[in-house]
Design a protein around this ligand. Structure first.
Ligand code: C2E
Ligand code: MG
Length: 687
């Protein structure tokens, strides 16, 4: 039963209408006499229909009330009016009324009007709902949907369709199909579909999933897959659905390409390279191909600097250009691959052994070195190259790759732009180097290193004047490893920094223990490598002294001439700081190797230690005698103490005494001793 609201300001008329409506079988949910009242009741009761008198007393009339009701609810309204002036009816139109009945009205007229209004309203509502459902469905489907009439005029296009073709939202409606869908054949030779020609259209409509290339509004071409439905019963309605398949195609292609080619340079990737290398090895094994072949690893030098300084896009650009340059230098049968990061790999097969490989390498190095412009700068890039030649001894790709990698590493540690041909002897060196480095690292962490002490004796008093601290590495498998072997590795790897600090602290702590036992009056000299001056070595010394609680006058530092080779100003300043503390500074191995003594003026030295090479044969060799005598004389004139190293016998000792050397150190008195034995030595009263 329909629910009606009656709006009528004449009470008697209102009652009459109510009675009639009820008799006609309607429910009257309310009756309003004023416009405002009508609006409120309509909003609260939400009737199925309002019967509205146009002329109402009060502020607003029936037309205004209808407008206000429709602002909130869509309720069909029938106007009732006693007279129908053209002007009033014109005004009433803006409310799109569902009907008019003229007063006085008969029941039949009233009923027909009400029924038509209710029906019309229901249809409108259903239609709106359907349209809304359709709209939301179409805007949610992932395909583009276009519907056109038989002349090809588009009357429906969803947002996805507009997005794919690249036209502005809402602009597709009203256009012709061929304006919106500009198609051409997808594969070479395939015809485009003429959407405006019913015959060709009819031909392919039976196929679905046809691939065509679509020209978007911005001119870009995208591959699409489309299906068409031709609904002939429905006034030749054409419905086309389509989707952008560039991603999908991209995936298909990339899956293919990714497996074997590098995305940036489009060169073969590691997988394809290894595959080809295995091919070369297997052909040799089967005896299918004679001769040698080689693998080169080409690593760009300082590539991280480019990446960090210019950004990764610039880095990519450089990689790409270099890749193309390398590719141009090789023969068609050879393989160049972007192996990883900034490393390219080359398989030269066949090759004239080492000579051929080196020739290829030189071509590559000069191609790489051509200037390259990155942003506003011109870069000169160099590469290092590792080379390994297979004379038949390699039976696996892995082994060959491992060796070429080692060669590349060696080349990288040489000057930039160099190449290294792998050979086994060097390989063993490298393995030992890495093994030592790892072992040392572990030993530093575990505190395995020991410090031994060797007395330095005054020739004047015959008593202990100082001692030298010498580090020892008791290796778990190899016994004591000589510092002559591990110090150079520690220097090369930078491990000398933690190791040097460790030695300095253990020496200072040991001095403190001796002090506590009443043993003092001597300096302990600690060896420092030039690399330790890369950090604030003066601060390290201060910390070690203060944390052990000993006097700077109990410590001496042994430096080498290498310190005068680099950063002389900085090193001089640091030495001055240390000397100012009261720490003695000895120039170790004096006279060995370095011809300019200019540092003697600059460095705040206290002592010269005469190199063992002069002392060794001093008793038999006139030249050594002369040099040693000159060094001692020079020390005296510069007010520097002199110490001779490696004294092993009486003859050497007597010569040194005669020349006026201050102190001697060597097996003649004692070998370097562990701290405990040194303590005994001191307690025996050597000091
Ligand atoms: P060095 O500073 O020249 O140390 C003297 C070396 O000569 C020591 O070798 C010592 O054992 C050896 N020696 C002493 N008396 C004689 C002798 O009468 N005859 C012979 N043939 N040799 C004698 P060691 O202990 O093998 O040390 C080798 C080098 O390792 C040292 O040479 C020093 O340059 C370096 N070194 C040792 N400990 C450290 C350290 O803690 N830090 C640094 N940076 N280098 C160290
Ligand atoms: Mg020394």
């Amino acid at each position: 039963m329909a629910r009606l609201l009656v709006v009528e300001d004449e009470v008697l008329v209102a009652r009459d209408i109510q009675g009639r409506l009820q008799r006609l079988g309607y429910e009257v949910v309310g009756s309003a006499a004023k416009g405002e009242e009508a609006v409120e009741m309509a909003r609260n009761l939400v009737p199925d229909l309002v019967l509205m008198d146009i002329n109402l007393r009060g502020d607003i009339d029936g037309i205004e009330a209808a407008i206000q009701i429709n602002e909130v609810e869509s309720i069909p309204i029938i106007f009732c009016t006693a007279y129908s002036s053209a002007e009033i009816l014109e005004r009433a139109k803006i409310t799109s009324p569902f009907g008019y009945v003229l007063k006085p009205f008969d029941n039949r007229e009233l009923e027909i009007n009400i029924q038509i209004a209710l029906f019309k309203h229901r249809v409108e509502r259903d239609l709106a709902e359907t349209k809304q459902n359709l709209d939301s469905t179409l805007s949610h489907v992932s395909d583009g949907v276009i519907a056109a009439d038989d002349s090809g005029r588009i009357f429906l296009i969803n947002p996805i369709a507009e997005k794919i073709v690249g036209c502005e939202s809402g602009n597709g409606t009203g256009k012709n199909l061929d304006e919106i869908l500009r198609l051409e054949g997808f594969e070479a030779g395939q015809a485009s579909i003429n959407l405006m020609d019913p015959e060709t259209f009819a031909f392919w409509k039976q196929f679905s999933g046809i691939r065509q290339r679509l020209t978007r509004f911005d001119g870009r071409k995208v591959p699409i897959e489309l299906s068409a439905n031709f609904l002939e019963e429905d006034a030749n309605l054409t419905v086309i659905t389509f989707r952008d398949i560039s991603q999908q195609l991209g995936y298909e292609e990339t899956i293919q390409r990714n497996a074997f080619f590098d995305g940036l340079t489009e060169l073969p990737n590691r997988a394809l390279f290894v595959d080809r290398l295995e091919g070369s090895i297997n052909r040799r094994k089967r005896g299918g191909r004679p001769g040698q072949f080689s693998v080169l690893f080409i690593g760009l030098d300082g590539f991280t600097v480019i990446n960090e300084g210019f950004g990764h896009d610039a880095g990519d650009m450089v990689i790409n250009q270099i890749g193309q340059r390398i590719a141009k230098t090789i023969r068609p049968d050879d393989t160049v691959s972007r192996f990883s990061g900034e490393i390219f790999a080359l398989l030269l097969d066949p090759v004239e052994a080492v000579t051929g490989s080196i020739q290829a390498c030189q071509r590559i190095l000069s191609a790489v070195q051509e200037p390259i412009s990155v942003q506003d700068s011109t870069l000169n890039i160099t590469a290092s190259v590792g080379i390994v030649v297979n004379n038949g001894e390699y039976l696996s790709a892995d082994q060959m790759l491992q060796d070429v990698d080692t060669a590349l590493h060696r080349a990288k540690s040489d000057t930039h732009g160099s190449y290294v041909v792998f050979d086994n002897a060097r390989y063993e060196d490298a393995v030992r180097f890495i093994d030592r480095k790892n072992g040392m690292q572990k030993a530093i962490v575990q505190g395995d290193f020991e410090v031994h002490y060797q007395p330095i004796v005054s020739l004047e008093t015959g008593k202990l004047a100082a001692m030298e601290a010498l580090v020892r590495w008791p290796h778990p498998e190899e016994g004591m490893v000589s510092p002559a072997e591990f110090i150079p590795i520690a220097e090369a790897t930078g491990l000398i920094l933690p190791l040097g600090e460790y030695v300095l602290h253990s020496v200072c702590d040991q001095i403190k223990r001796w002090n506590d036992q009443g043993l003092s009056g001597f300096r302990v000299a600690v060896n420092f490598s030039a690399r330790q001056f890369e950090v604030d070595v003066a601060a390290l010394v201060r910390t070690a002294l203060s944390s052990a609680g000993i006097e700077p006058t109990q410590l001496a530092m042994e430096i080498t001439e290498g310190l005068a080779m680099k950063n002389v100003n900085r090193n001089t300043e640091m030495l001055a700081d240390i000397r100012k503390l009261g720490v003695n500074i000895s120039m170790d191995d004096f006279g060995a190797g370095y011809s300019s003594f200019s540092y003697l003026k600059r460095f705040p030295l206290t002592t010269l230690k005469i190199d063992r090479s002069f002392i060794k044969d001093i008793h038999e060799n006139e030249e050594d005698k002369r040099i040693t005598r000159a060094i001692i004389a020079m020390g005296q004139s510069l007010n520097l103490a002199t110490q001779a190293k490696g004294v092993e016998n009486d003859e050497q000792l007597e010569i040194l005494r005669e020349y006026g050397c201050d102190c001697i150190q060597g097996f003649y008195y004692s070998k370097p001793l562990p701290a405990s034995q040194m303590t005994e030595y001191l307690l025996e009263g050597a000091a």
